[in-house]
Design a protein around this ligand. Structure first.
Ligand SMILES: [Zn+2]
Length: 675
């Protein structure tokens, strides 16, 4: 019998035949697909014909077509509906795929052909998109060390291998410290804690085998504990333990790991010809240089600090009114801020929830896409990997655009969080391939027969992931490697965060935020309080975030510090970190930066994207219509259809006529009013 993953997919829209695939099919399919990929690579590298764009770069684009199809189906189910067999497959595939990746990037004959095409690029009649794909392909090889020989190549390989070991150790130490600490709560220690915190603490106690409720260092427990506990001494104890993760001495201490990591990153960058690791990392980003990142962060820092200091003065008065002397401390902030929040915008989630029905909010995402881009959505039936999965055909003026797949409910087999992926990406090289785009969320599943209800955060997540989906669905490029969301990391969140703004458009909420039982629209007062609560305490949130981003940048844009903790202290001193706020992630537990190099020298990118989404939505506000057809058309033509075919900064400029400014972000975060 043929493996259904390798056969032609005679299914609606060419979707994977999930009803025929069993877990036993994945390994043989991946082995076979890898063999095909390897044969393709060898054929390109050993081609006796002179290298040209078609026989080398385009052939490389197609080399993994089969592998991509198999893995597209696999990673979708492995993330959204796993089981022990799929977990084991994921562990087995990782080294197989990384070995293949290294083989390709270290293939000298292949790189020589790319280099030859690069050298004659001006003489070749390439389109702009082809030139871009050539540049990106070559850059990928160069950045992974294809130009290095002998000793230098060996050193680079050793540095990369050691860095990956250090990243794993960092994560494991952090987990050990997080699991190793807990604080028992006696009957006198519960003051101020709402029922849900007590319940979480009890459940944590049971898990630890204790008879008492306990506080642990899991964010979902410690943060509410710090928000609600009236016991200042216990808050301090818990906060200190939380801040000490990865810095407790002994075997699980991450400080020497951080120092070695920074040293090896610098070595890696130097071997590849860059002055600093930040220069290396930022080369592929929209920001481009460390200076551009620093400029942006500092523009946000000063108003955020001013706002946080004004808030701190208010919170400190509340502390003194409670009979405590001395300054407001970090373990006080969340507690007094929560009290103040309650007074300012008391928002009862229970009152809000019936207005945010999942099905109505899905309709809202579709309706906005219809008004902005003329897209229509019609439910379709096709084999699914789980009965909760829903599918729609997306069309425009009757023409097929994409398949959109929504998998909304939490279940034990799904990893946490929310994400968007393309099981199949848009491209035109192998025919007019339209995308299959998946949104996966973790919303609570309702009881049978009841409507699914969302929190406001959930509704934002729904719009966010749908924004990523639009980036895939509206993609209009020839080459898959630059299709859809294949853009710089600090640009990829623009479409998603931008789309969240349409949730807040009063017309949209008036039409779609209707009560599950009465069908009535949300009362204006509730709407106002909901929107007000969403931007509360932004001075604090911005300060703790920007401080972390500044330290991350400071670690990577100069010589590696011998003592990262001292460097961290110097940077915080320089920027004038407020006394009662600490970094969102201090160095010994800054997993974004040290667990791997995904966000190293890149933690700023959340803020970068937010600056852009606020500035981009302001284009609609300036036009006086959140659905202004001209601006929507321009947004699609520049940003949403282009993928990575054009440099991100150039794309943004062609949309907005200039690079983004921070004003709209400061206004959105309520930081523009601070003195
Ligand atoms: Zn996102």
């Amino acid at each position: 019998m043929t493996n259904p993953l390798l056969a032609d997919w005679d299914t609606p829209f060419g979707l994977p035949p999930f009803d025929q695939i069993s877990d036993d099919d994945y390994m043989p399919a991946v082995e076979e697909a890898l063999a095909v990929s390897r044969a393709n690579i060898a054929a390109i590298a050993e081609n006796p014909e002179a290298p040209d764009f078609a026989n080398t770069v385009e052939a490389l684009e197609r080399a993994d077509d089969l592998l991509g199809r198999v893995l597209g189906a696999f990673y979708n189910v492995a993330g959204a509906d796993s089981n022990p067999a799929r977990d084991a497959l994921q562990r087995d595939f990782a080294p197989m795929l990384s070995a293949y990746g290294s083989e390709v990037s270290e293939n000298k004959a292949l790189f020589a052909r790319i280099e030859a095409i690069w050298d004659q690029r001006d003489a070749l009649d390439l389109t702009d998109e082809q030139r871009r794909v050539l540049m990106l392909t070559r850059r990928g090889f160069v950045r992974s060390g294809a130009q290095l020989e002998g000793e230098a190549a060996k050193k680079l390989r050793a540095a990369k291998a050691r860095l990956s070991v250090l990243g794993t150790e960092f994560t494991q130490n952090l987990l050990a410290d997080e699991r190793g600490w807990s604080m028992r709560l006696g009957p006198d220690d519960m003051g101020g804690l709402p029922d849900f915190v007590v319940a979480t603490a009890k459940a944590a106690g049971v898990e630890k085998g204790a008879n008492n409720p306990v506080v642990t260092l899991s964010r979902s427990l410690i943060v509410p504990f710090l928000q609600f506990s009236e016991r200042r001494d216990l808050r301090q104890k818990a906060y200190d333990a939380w801040g000490a993760r990865g810095a407790n001495g002994g075997k699980t201490d991450n400080r020497t790991i951080a120092a070695e990591t920074l040293r090896l990153r610098e070595e890696r960058a130097n071997l590849l010809g860059y002055n600093t690791f930040a220069d290396f990392k930022l080369e592929t980003e929209m920001a481009g240089t460390p200076q551009a990142v620093r400029d942006l962060l500092m523009q946000v820092w000063e108003p955020a600090k001013a706002s946080a200091q004004a808030d701190a003065a208010i919170l400190e008065r509340m502390l003194h009114a409670d009979g405590f002397d001395g300054p407001l401390e970090p373990w006080d902030w969340r507690y007094y801020s929560e009290k103040r929040r309650k007074a300012l915008h008391d928002l009862d989630e229970a009152l809000l929830k019936p207005y945010l029905q999942l099905d109505r909010m899905i309709e809202a995402t579709f309706a906005c896409a219809n008004r902005l881009f003329g897209l229509s959505f019609a439910p379709i039936e096709a084999p699914v990997y789980h009965p909760d999965v829903r599918m729609w055909e997306v069309t425009r003026d009757g023409a097929h655009v994409a398949v959109f797949i929504g998998d909304y409910f939490a279940r034990g087999s799904k990893r946490s969080g929310a994400w968007c992926s393309a099981m199949r990406a848009q491209q035109r090289l192998s025919g007019d391939i339209r995308p299959h785009v998946v949104n996966v969320c973790n919303f609570a599943k309702p009881e049978e027969g009841k409507p699914a209800l969302l929190s406001y955060d959930d509704a934002r997540t729904l719009f966010h992931e749908f924004g990523h989906a639009l980036h895939q669905m509206l993609s209009d490029v020839t080459y898959e490697s630059i299709s859809g969301t294949s853009v710089a990391r600090d640009f990829v969140e623009l479409p998603s965060q931008l789309y969240e703004h349409w949730l807040e458009v009063p017309d949209v909420l008036a039409e779609f935020a209707t009560h599950a039982e009465t069908g009535e629209a949300m009362p204006e007062d509730l709407l106002k309080r909901m929107l007000g609560a969403a931007t509360y305490d932004m001075g604090f949130a911005t300060v703790e975030y920007v401080a972390s981003a500044m330290v991350d940048l400071g670690f990577h844009d100069g010589p590696a510090p011998a003592d990262p903790m001292q460097k961290q202290a110097e940077i915080l001193e320089q920027i004038g970190m407020p006394h009662a706020i600490r970094m969102r992630h201090a160095t010994p537990h800054f997993a974004h930066v040290f667990a791997g190099d995904g966000y190293s020298s890149g933690y700023y990118s959340y803020m970068w994207s937010e600056v852009m989404d606020a500035d981009a939505f302001a284009a609609f506000e300036e036009a006086g219509d959140p659905f202004d057809p001209e601006i929507a058309k321009l947004l699609e033509e520049t940003v949403l259809s282009s993928g990575g075919s054009v440099d991100a900064a150039a794309l943004y400029k062609s949309f907005r006529g200039r690079l983004p400014g921070v004003e709209a972000l400061l206004k959105g975060r309520g930081l523009d009013v601070a003195a």
